[in-house]
Design a binder for this molecule. Structure first.
Ligand code: GDG
Length: 486
């Protein structure tokens, strides 16, 4: 087991996120253990946390269980307890059925329930208390995502000595949409407790600043917001974009492995050797535009532009939020559409859509990316979309075409992709046909440019830029005694 006892009690860098980088699991035979979930965030922060004596505060993935802090793989883990009822109200309710749909431009209608909000406040307070207890004097605390927007303010009240950063992984909506939120002022105030608030796109940061102006009237200048504090001393809060990325090199390394390449060949063969493999990889989420993609592909089959012998769509829809109402309805909708298309067009030897409601190991995902001639990212709204970047990182052969929604944050950087508006089904169909027929020279030219973008701004560059801006800003922050800002 990678864990060992005896962690120290305070740390100079504390990361706070809803989920820990480790999950507590109980197997069917009752055995219990910790499993590392190797996300990009962990990969990016691991070296920094080891070097600077860090701790990670978060929920371990099971309700109604308390765990003592422990060390896993050199990182101190501080588990936060959630009850089953809190999980329903704070996480499935307020986080995933109020904030998530609202911040994704109300693609699904957000539900507003006062008891969900109360649970959100209560759970945010618990995270803030755990983080405050784990942080040494003058420590840097980095809070992540929409589940924990009240934590920065709560932390600042308890610990004015701390340097506090917040990163929002999802979009921040325009004021007209944000204004629907009954607790719109409280959420802004919660976020403004941070010294630095990071967003995926410049437009998200702009939306946030304009909500602050509209609801609080605080003056903003560029990325700086002047927040009145105690005794007439103003704090300068920075709200700007830091587009997140992936550990590009590790994806390329996987793609270069002979067994992964062999698996990619096998996939193509098992699909009946079509000329073109189209691929979609998403959590099964209504923000990802899976239905739009299937509709466009279905019309291409219907009007005879493509045939199932020539083109197969592989769709991985990994299970997600399966107890939240709109997600249950979405699954039915998608699977009805897939079933219809396959019923109408598949032959014994060739499927129209090869559909998979599964999570796969990363090796299998990389083999799928390698096998795919065209990657379809058709999100209706997406903070960034890491799948687009992973596809690019994997294609060391510089081949493959990325079709990318303008509404994904990634479109700000990945301009050499074939950019589409997923609501425009005719435009999407034309883009798919264009991608299928794109000459090799053009594919190579575009992919080379895309790869430069992704490798130049990998996830290590992202976290370094965020933390440098956070700590450098804190050193010159007005209103904080130098001794604390050092
Ligand atoms: C949020 C924001 C933002 C998916 N299925 C499997 C699997 N995945 C992996 C992908 C990718 C990740 O999950 C999904 O990341 P995305 O960025 O595409 O989307 P969200 O989950 O919605 O993430 C998003 C992100 O936060 C980071 O800030 O980019 O906009 O919504 O890495 O590869 N991985 C494996 N098996 C699967 O079946 N192994």
């Amino acid at each position: 087991s990678p864990q060992s006892a005896g962690p120290k009690t305070t740390y100079s860098l504390v990361v706070v996120s809803n989920r820990l980088p480790v999950d507590f699991e109980v197997a069917e035979d009752g055995t219990e253990n910790w499993r590392t979930s190797p996300g990009g965030l962990v990969t990016a922060l691991e070296p920094l946390m080891r070097a600077s004596d860090g701790a990670w505060v978060g929920w371990p993935g099971v309700a109604d269980r308390s765990f003592a802090p422990f060390v896993n793989d050199g990182i101190s883990i501080v588990p936060v307890r959630l009850s089953g009822a809190e999980l329903e109200d704070y996480y499935e309710g307020f986080s995933n059925d109020t904030i998530w749909p609202l911040y994704h431009d109300v693609i699904a209608p957000p539900s507003f329930h006062r008891e969900w909000w109360e649970a959100y406040v209560r759970v945010n307070r618990r995270f803030a208390e755990e983080a405050a207890a784990a942080a040494s004097t003058g420590a840097t605390v980095w809070v992540h995502d929409y589940q924990l927007q009240l934590v920065p303010r709560m932390l600042r009240e308890a610990r004015p000595d701390l340097v506090i950063g917040f990163f929002n992984h999802i979009p921040f909506p325009s004021y007209g949409i944000y204004a629907q939120l009954p607790w719109r002022k409280q959420i802004l105030d919660g976020l403004l407790g941070a010294d630095l608030i990071g967003f995926q796109r410049a437009a998200d940061a702009g939306n946030f600043s304009s909500a602050v102006r509209r609801l609080y009237g605080y003056p903003t200048r560029g990325v700086a917001i002047d927040v009145p504090g105690h005794h007439g001393v103003h704090r300068r809060v920075i709200a700007r974009h830091f587009p997140i990325s992936i550990d590009a090199r590790s994806y390329e390394e996987l793609a270069r492995r002979p067994d992964v390449q062999e698996r990619a060949r096998q996939i193509r063969q098992d699909l009946g050797n079509p000329n073109t493999i189209l691929l979609g990889v998403d959590r099964l989420d209504y923000t990802k535009g899976i239905a739009h993609r299937i509709k466009a592909f279905g019309e291409l089959l219907e009007d005879g532009s493509v045939s199932v012998e020539d083109v197969t769509l592989v769709q991985v829809a990994s299970p997600s939020r399966e107890r939240v109402g709109p997600y249950i309805a979405l699954r039915d909708e998608i699977e009805l559409a897939v079933g219809r298309l396959n019923g109408d067009y598949s032959t014994i030897s060739h499927s129209a859509i090869s559909y998979h409601h599964h999570g796969y190991p990363r090796e299998e995902m990389v083999a799928l990316y390698l096998a795919a001639d065209v990657m379809l990212v058709t999100a209706l709204r997406d903070g960034m979309n890491l799948v687009a970047k992973e596809y690019v990182a994997v294609r060391f052969d510089r081949d493959g075409v990325l079709v990318l929604s303008e509404f994904a944050g990634a479109a700000d950087e990945l301009k050499q992709a074939v950019l589409i508006n997923p609501h425009d089904i005719d435009g999407l169909k034309a883009a798919i046909l264009r991608a299928i027929a794109m000459p090799r020279q053009e594919r190579l030219r575009r992919m080379r440019a895309l790869r430069r973008k992704v490798f130049d701004n990998d996830v290590a560059a992202w976290s370094t830029a965020f933390l440098r801006t956070l700590t450098e800003g804190a050193a010159v922050r007005p209103g904080i005694p130098d001794a604390l800002a050092a």
